[in-house]
Design a protein around this ligand. Structure first.
Ligand SMILES: *Cc1c(COP(=O)(O)O)cnc(C)c1O
Length: 387
């Protein structure tokens, strides 16, 4: 829904800045090798941003390669009219062979056994072999390139094979050990790709957000394997790892907002919320925020995290409830019912993004974004009306 931000009066909602999303795509691409193309990773509802909207915006920028995690996500995109390649990165039961085929979806092949199961269906499904080069999650064993070649050749006729890919598991980490592991993964993948180069597969790719910037260069190793980057987290303006630097112009596109339902004075000796975990020690103003853990605000932020109100930090006090959270606004002037709260995003000069929240929870921004639940309505805005 496109609306003016000032018209939004909800309990807990998200504003997604489509201009920023576009800028992230363009600024990322600018930093890539000139011949590289981008496959937009829009699994998990585009990391919580809304996969259909994100796919539409990117299609408008010329993106024609998408990746999702499962067949339901892929069908949702097709039903919304998204065209181009849609690669399903994870397992789909062979039971859905006809659906894969009818929707012209591209399925990742996770093993030889799985290739055989799909090949036995009456449908020549588009697919790409996952090569396992060290993550040990999915794929045929990249440590055995001859075996990979045999399997790929065997199924190249029986399936609609159009690509190969591998996934790098420490490309975001700077230590020497991680770098040498990543180069090893890249070389293993290259060895397999070279062996089947004569098949002229359309899509041969190995880079995620981090790897596209840190590894992909003019090294001849990337010949045939380096012209597509699967861009996920940086599209959404976050870092794969805390130690990473984002290219200029890339920033979060999401702002999670909420409202204040009540402000009250609470006196020394009183306690707050379930379990009475916060004891009031000074004359305090406590505001109730209309967002809770059922919206995706992690309960482990109780007595730990903060939100932003009027450009200032308001600490979360007491236990986060299912639908509501208490915050201390004693040091923030003029807080009143109906005021807006920034749970994630910018307020005044302060920013508190999903990576910042993740750091407090010892997790990653990816998880913070994915855990914002469906009842938090998404609104799409452009920067010109946000400013
Ligand atoms: C999720 C995923 C990506 C995107 O990774 P980011 O770190 O978000 O860029 C790329 N490839 C595969 C196989 C994935 O599962």
């Amino acid at each position: 829904m496109e609306v003016h931000v000032n018209q939004i009066e909800k309990r807990s909602w998200i504003e997604i800045n489509l201009s920023q999303l576009k800028a992230n795509y363009l600024n990322y691409k600018k930093n890539l090798r000139h011949d590289a193309d981008i496959m937009a990773v829009i699994k998990a509802d585009a990391y919580g941003h809304g996969d259909v909207q994100v796919a539409r915006v990117l299609s408008g920028c010329g993106v024609h390669l998408f990746a999702v995690s499962n067949i339901d996500e892929a069908i949702g995109l097709r039903e919304a009219g998204i065209r181009g390649e849609i690669l399903i990165l994870g397992y789909t039961s062979p039971f859905y062979a006809k659906t894969l085929y009818d929707n012209e979806l591209t399925q990742a092949i996770v093993s030889e056994e799985y290739a055989e199961a799909l090949a036995r269906t009456p449908y020549k499904i588009k697919c790409q072999f996952a090569i396992d080069t060290g993550m040990n999650r999915i794929g045929i064993d990249g440590d055995l390139p001859d075996e990979c070649e045999r399997i790929i050749r065997q199924y190249s006729q029986r399936l609609g094979l159009n690509g190969l890919f591998t996934h790098l598991c420490v490309a975001d980490t700077d230590t020497e050990e991680c770098q040498s592991f990543t180069w090893r993964q890249i070389h293993l993948f290259k060895a397999v790709a070279d062996r089947v180069a004569d098949l002229h597969l359309d899509y041969v790719h190995c880079c995620n957000s981090a790897a596209g910037l840190r590894y992909l260069n003019d090294d001849p190793v990337f010949e045939n394997i380096g012209n597509i980057v699967r861009l996920g987290i940086m599209l959404y303006g976050l870092k794969p790892d805390d130690s990473n630097q984002l290219p200029e112009g890339i920033a979060p596109a999401i702002t999670w907002k909420s409202a204040i339902s009540q402000v009250k004075d609470v006196h020394p000796g009183e306690t707050l919320g379930y379990g009475r975990t916060f004891k009031i020690e000074r004359e305090s103003r406590i505001a109730t925020v209309t967002t809770g853990y059922a919206d995706g605000l992690n309960r482990l932020l109780s007595n730990k995290g903060h939100v932003l109100i009027h450009g200032k930090k308001a600490p979360i006090v007491g236990r986060i409830c299912m639908d509501q959270t208490l915050v201390d606004v004693t040091d923030i002037d003029h807080v009143a019912m109906g005021d807006k709260v920034v749970v994630i995003g910018r307020s005044g000069n302060l920013e508190y993004n999903a990576d910042d929240m993740a750091a407090e929870l010892d997790t990653i921004g990816y998880e913070i974004l994915c855990n914002i639940t469906k009842r938090v309505q998404r609104f799409y805005v452009n920067s010109n009306i946000l400013l």
